[in-house]
Design a protein around this ligand. Structure first.
Ligand code: CS2
Length: 481
C-alpha cells in the first residue's frame, strides 16, 4: 500500500505523523529546487510550524526534472523522513509539502502561485551553480547561457533568476507586496548573493522592475545544516518495512539540524523557531564557521577519500590517519581563521567528527565531490587566503586543493577515469597534466587573482600534487596529517 492522505492512518505505531489537520493547510511558501535536502531540512521545520499556523504550507517546484513531482503526487505530497543514528531509526511522515510543480511543464501554474498574495516567501535550494553568480566579478554572470536565454524571453523564464523576476514583476504590476526571497544554499553571504544576482537580472529586464526589487524585496541570509545522503533503493525498502507503507522517495538524514536565519522579512514571518530555527541579526559568523569547518573538511574528505578508494564519509573518518588529518585541519588550520573562541570551535569540531562517524549515513564521497568549482572558493580558498595573510602554514588545506585538482582533471592516481560532475569539467579536463597547478590557477572564476599569484600557495599545492602522484592519497594524508 502506498503512502497518501487516505492511508496515513495505517502507518505503523511509532511513526511520527503530521500533528495538524492537513486539509486546513494553505500554501504560503513556494520553494524552488525541491530536492532531498529541502525535504529533510526546511520542510521539516515548517512541518512543526503548521501545528501552530496552517498558512505556511509549501508548494515545491523542481526547475529541471519531473521526478520529485512524479514520486510525491500520488502520495498527496507526503513522504517519510528517516533519521538515522548508528543503529537507531526514527521515521517521521512530513506533511508540509502541499503540492509539487514541474517548472518546465507547469510554468504558468508556478508563476501564478508565486504571484499570489498568499505566497509570502519564495525559498530556494538550487545549488551553488543555480545562482549564475560570477565570483570573479561579484555579480550576475550575464554570459551564462541560462541567463542569456531568459533575458531574451523574460516572460517565459527557466532559471531561478528569471522565474523570480517574472513573479515579482507580476506582483509589482498588480500592486501586490513582494515576497521575501530566502536563499537556503551553501553560498557565502547567500542572501546578499541572491539579492545581487536577482536584482541585477530584474534590472536587465526592466529598469523600473529593478528599482522596485532593490527597494522592496528582502533577501535574508541563512545558514542551513543537516547531512542528507542521496536516497537509495535499500533506504526505500527499509522505510517500507519501518512505516508499513510504500514511499517512492523518502529522504534520509542525521539527527543534527541547524537553521540560522537573518530576521528580515516582508510582513510577518513564519514562527520557524518552533521547529528549531534561530533568528539572528547577522548570519555571517555562523555561515563562515559552517562553510569553512564542515563543508571545508567535507570537500577535503571527498577528494582525498575518493582518491584513497573510499566510497563513504563514515569509512574515511574511520581511518585513523584521516581522523588525525581532519581533526588537525579543523583545529589547527581552519578554526584560527574564524576569530572565535577556541572552546567554541573545539566543541564544533568535535561534534563534526562525531557526525561524520555516523555509520548509518551512507554519504558518498562522490556525491560531495560534485561541483567542486562552485564549492572550493568558500570552503577552502578563503581560509587559505586568510592563513597566507597571517603567515600561517597551509599544508593540509593545500593537500585538499591538490586532491581536487587531480580529481577534477578526470583521472585518478591509478589512471582510472573519474566521471566528474562539474559545470567546468570540460575546461578542467583540457588542462595539461604536466602543468596541472599552473593550468588551474589561471582560471579566475575559481582562483582569485591575488591567491593565484601567491608563490607560497602555488609552490605548496605543486608539492602536494607531486606527493599525491608519488605516494598515493592515503600515504599523502598520513604524511600531512
Ligand atoms: C556537502 C553538503 O554535498 C556537499 O557538498 O558538503 O551538502 C553538506 O552535507 C551540507 O552542507 C550539510 O549541511
Amino acid at each position: 500500500m502506498r503512502l497518501s492522505n487516505a492511508t496515513l492512518g495505517q502507518a505503523q505505531v511509532g511513526v511520527q505523523l503530521p500533528g495538524y489537520d492537513r486539509s486546513q493547510v494553505a500554501p504560503g511558501i513556494v520553494h524552488l529546487g525541491i530536492g532531498a535536502f529541502h525535504r529533510a531540512h526546511q520542510a521539516v521545520v515548517v512541518d512543526d510550524v503548521l501545528a501552530r499556523d496552517a498558512s505556511w504550507g509549501i508548494v515545491g517546484a523542481s526547475l529541471r526534472r519531473p521526478d520529485t513531482k512524479e514520486a510525491l503526487e500520488p502520495q498527496d505530497g507526503l513522504y517519510t523522513l528517516l533519521i538515522k543514528d548508528g543503529d537507531k531509526r526514527a521515521p517521521r511522515i512530513i506533511g508540509s509539502v502541499v503540492s509539487v510543480l514541474d517548472a518546465p511543464n507547469q510554468k504558468e501554474a508556478l508563476l501564478n502561485r508565486m504571484a499570489d498574495p498568499a505566497t509570502r516567501i519564495v525559498s530556494l535550494t538550487v545549488t551553488e551553480k543555480g545562482y549564475c553568480y560570477n565570483a570573479a566579478t561579484g555579480g550576475l554572470d550575464l554570459t551564462h547561457s541560462d541567463i542569456v536565454a531568459d533575458l531574451k524571453s523574460p516572460r517565459n523564464p527557466a532559471s531561478a533568476a528569471g522565474i523570480i523576476a517574472e513573479a515579482l514583476r507580476r506582483r509589482m504590476e498588480a500592486g501586490v507586496a513582494p515576497f521575501t526571497v530566502l536563499s537556503c544554499d551553501n553560498l557565502p553571504h547567500n542572501g546578499m548573493v541572491a539579492g545581487k544576482v536577482f536584482t541585477e537580472f530584474a534590472e536587465a529586464v526592466d529598469g523600473r522592475l529593478g528599482r522596485w526589487v532593490r527597494e522592496n524585496v528582502p533577501f535574508p541570509g541563512t545558514m542551513i545544516d543537516r547531512i542528507v545522503p542521496a536516497t537509495t533503493d535499500a533506504d526505500r525498502a527499509e522505510v517500507a518495512s519501518l512505516v508499513g507503507l510504500e514511499d517512492a522517495w523518502p529522504v534520509m538524514g542525521e539527527p543534527f539540524l541547524q537553521w540560522v536565519v537573518e530576521d528580515k522579512f516582508v510582513g510577518a514571518r513564519p514562527p520557524l523557531e518552533i521547529g528549531g530555527a534561530e533568528f539572528v541579526s547577522d548570519v555571517a559568523p555562523y555561515e563562515r564557521m559552517k562553510l569553512r569547518m564542515l563543508n571545508g573538511t567535507h570537500s577535503s574528505m571527498a577528494y582525498l577519500g575518493y582518491l584513497s578508494g573510499y566510497e563513504f564519509i563514515a569509512e574515511v573518518i574511520a581511518n585513523g590517519d584521516f581522523l588525525r588529518f581532519v581533526s588537525n585541519e579543523l583545529n589547527e588550520e581552519i578554526a584560527p581563521t574564524l576569530g572565535m573562541g577556541k572552546a567554541q570551535t573545539d566543541a564544533y569540531a568535535g561534534q563534526l567528527v562525531e557526525r561524520y562517524s555516523n555509520t548509518a549515513m551512507k554519504h558518498r564521497t562522490y556525491q560531495i565531490a560534485m561541483d567542486g568549482s562552485q564549492k572550493l572558493p568558500q570552503r577552502l580558498l578563503g581560509t587559505i587566503a586568510d592563513r597566507l595573510t597571517a603567515g600561517a602554514p597551509i599544508e593540509r588545506l593545500s593537500l585538499a586543493v591538490a586532491a581536487w585538482m587531480v580529481y577534477a582533471h578526470g583521472v585518478d592516481l591509478k589512471g582510472k577515469p573519474i566521471p566528474v560532475q562539474d559545470p567546468m569539467a570540460a575546461e578542467f579536463a583540457a588542462i595539461d597534466p604536466a602543468r596541472l597547478v599552473e593550468g588551474y590557477l589561471a582560471i579566475d572564476r575559481v582562483f582569485p587573482r591575488e591567491l593565484a599569484g601567491n608563490a607560497v600557495f602555488r609552490e605548496t599545492v605543486e608539492k602536494k600534487v607531486e606527493l599525491l602522484r608519488e605516494v598515493g592519497a592515503l600515504e599523502a594524508v598520513r604524511r600531512t596529517a
